[in-house]
Design a binder for this molecule. Structure first.
Ligand code: FAD
Length: 394
């Protein structure tokens, strides 16, 4: 049994950002980070990888290179939590005890919730940006399609970056147009949801984008099965439960996602299986020495790295307050951001808060498509991520 003052679960965007901020604030803190992977990925780049702009390798770095100096890396995965005993156990059978726990293992991609998906992804026109192992197939199948139907899906429930399923659809449409095959390709975007975007200001402009591009949008369509032999996508209509079949030549699937099983089955879980934290302080609603942020948390906002950039300083402030017997007064306002790529030279930078009101950074109307914002996504945000956020600087 090993004890650490602070144990962080997950060395992704949230775990590393918080670890860096804690070390910057107080280098004497004893912090351990539990993370099984050798690689750390900047996942927002996968949209651009799928669109053929970057190679997949560009999105990753060695995990060891992003873990802040002085933080002990436990290269293992958490299996179970025993929060009443301030303890957790790992897959390799280690037991760790802690004074404070930060839970940030991200969202689980449930490939097996669409019948036939796991077996077919990466082959026969079936692709997905949602794994480093499959993202290269997106660009391959977009590039190879010269005629027929290109289908793009968005599932029911929370996904990481709610706008990402349509970003790859717009990039593909732009590629078909630029390569002279657009008039022979039918572009269909299906969503289990009722509309393109939750926030009114951005929804309006995205509806115009889809209409201008001739993207056939179909809502309340929930993908349940793929039949790769006949190239058919099987949907259930969310309201009528009717079965709908759409034939495709290529299909980009955004798989259903959910809380990680080991979190959902633990005492830390609340509704939906997410880590049950106060939406302002990020402190657990029942275990006062537990905090959570990022995709695995119950925070009722769109799950993005941009949201974590604003959550991390709040969590760190509040954790340090609790350690020093002060009340945790810092508050997160639900800020999140979704840079909706609408083509190879345009982007709508959506930024909003818990109230669903725009919370924009720049002194211009961000609901307009802009080349400058595309450049921000392509060059500015990756640099900000690796050199700012993961170092605990921004
Ligand atoms: P992750 O970064 O996913 O990290 C979770 C970590 O926990 C992983 O390293 C994992 O190995 C580890 N882990 C898992 N299980 C265990 C366990 N049992 N024990 C210990 N560790 C474990 N965000 C934006 O801000 N802007 C965008 O434009 C954007 N676009 C996106 C496009 C795509 C295609 C994708 C896939 C994501 C996009 N995102 C975007 C979302 C963003 O990447 C995530 O919101 C962010 O990475 C979440 O951070 P996290 O730390 O919660 O989870």
């Amino acid at each position: 049994m090993t004890h650490h003052q602070i144990v962080i679960v997950g060395g992704g965007t949230a775990g590393i950002t918080v670890a860096a901020r804690l070390r910057n604030a107080d280098p004497s803190l004893d912090i351990a980070l539990v993370e099984p992977s050798d690689k750390h990925y900047y996942q927002p780049l996968w949209t651009l990888v799928g669109g053929g702009i970057f190679r997949p390798e560009v999105s990753g770095r060695e995990e060891a290179s992003v873990i802040p100096r002085g933080v002990k890396w436990i290269k293992d995965a958490v299996a179970t939590f025993q929060p009443n005993d301030n303890q957790l156990t790992t897959r390799d059978g280690q037991t760790l005890t802690y004074d404070y726990l930060i839970v940030a293992p991200g969202i689980q991609v449930n490939w097996d919730k669409v019948k036939g998906l796991k077996e077919s992804v990466g082959k026969d026109g079936v692709c997905s940006n949602y794994s480093i192992n499959t993202v290269a197939s997106t660009w391959k199948f977009i590039r190879e399609l010269k005629e027929g139907t290109a289908l793009f899906t968005q599932p029911a429930g929370a996904v990481k970056c709610g706008g990402a399923p349509q970003k790859i659809c717009y990039l593909a449409e732009d590629h078909f147009r630029r390569s002279g095959v657009r008039d022979k390709v039918n572009v269909i975007f299906t969503s289990a949801g009722p509309r393109l975007f939750a926030v009114e200001e951005y929804r309006e402009v995205l509806e115009e984008v889809a209409a201008r591009k001739g993207v056939d949008t179909r809502f309340r369509h929930n993908l349940t099965e793929l039949r790769p032999e006949s190239k058919e996508a099987i949907y259930r209509h969310m309201d009528t439960d009717e079965e709908i079949v759409i034939k495709y030549d290529m299909i980009h699937v955004t798989p259903p996602m959910g809380a990680p099983d080991f979190v959902a089955h633990s005492e830390l879980a609340g509704e939906g299986g997410w880590v049950d934290v106060d939406k302002y302080t990020l402190r657990h609603n029942r275990f006062s020495n537990v905090f959570s942020l990022g995709d695995a948390s119950s925070l009722p906002t769109s799950k993005t790295g941009a949201a974590i950039r604003k959550q991390a300083p709040v969590l760190v402030d509040n954790l340090l307050s609790v350690i020093h017997d002060r009340p945790p007064v810092a508050q997160y306002d639900g800020y999140t951001s979704c840079p909706v790529v609408t083509g190879y030279d345009s982007l709508v930078l959506a930024e909003f808060n818990y109230e669903g009101r725009p919370a924009e950074t720049f002194p211009f109307d961000q609901a307009q498509e802009r080349f400058s914002m595309f450049l921000l996504k392509k060059f500015g945000l990756p640099a900000l991520y690796w050199h700012g956020m993961l170092k605990g600087r921004v």
